[in-house]
Design a protein around this ligand. Sequence first.
Ligand SMILES: [Zn+2]
Length: 186
Amino acid sequence: MRSFSARIHDPEQPKPLGCPACLDLAMREGQPAFIVATSPDDLLYRCDYCQTWWTANSRFRNPATVADAQARFPEQRIASSPAVDDAQLSEAIVLFTGWGATPEPIDDVARVAARFPKEFPALEPVLAAFVRGSTSIVFHEVAPSDDGLLGRVRARLRLIMPRLCDDALDALTWRWPFVVPQTSSF
Ligand SMILES: [Zn+2]
């Protein structure tokens, strides 16, 4: 039997389950999202961000491997996790926003569909979750409106979306001031 410390240092081992959105920011992001219940004790959840499956009540913090989720929910056709490739997701975010190509954010999902026609059905809901999640950062968390504002937005995005590449973080940071009001109620 492997010890916990051996797992940490073994590059053959899969990455730890879960991401900050489902592990630490459940109240904010509503993750993991509820999928189905087959009994009062058998609840299935999945994180829209990292695609990790969770079983039982998410308050008990039970991220599950694909095999465990499959065994417990055979009807759900649980095949893989993550379902969406990190690099594709990052590229999709860049395309969606128009980062590097348009003067202002365009929110054009058709560009993503054209680039990834086969993957689009699985990619689109995760893309939407990340775009929505980027606007969950509200102004008072990153205030004041000084030269460091966008740097603080980007740092927050990196914290809650560790899978994204630099281009995608730049794209969401660029889009943020166009869609989030920079006023404080205080
Ligand atoms: Zn997650």
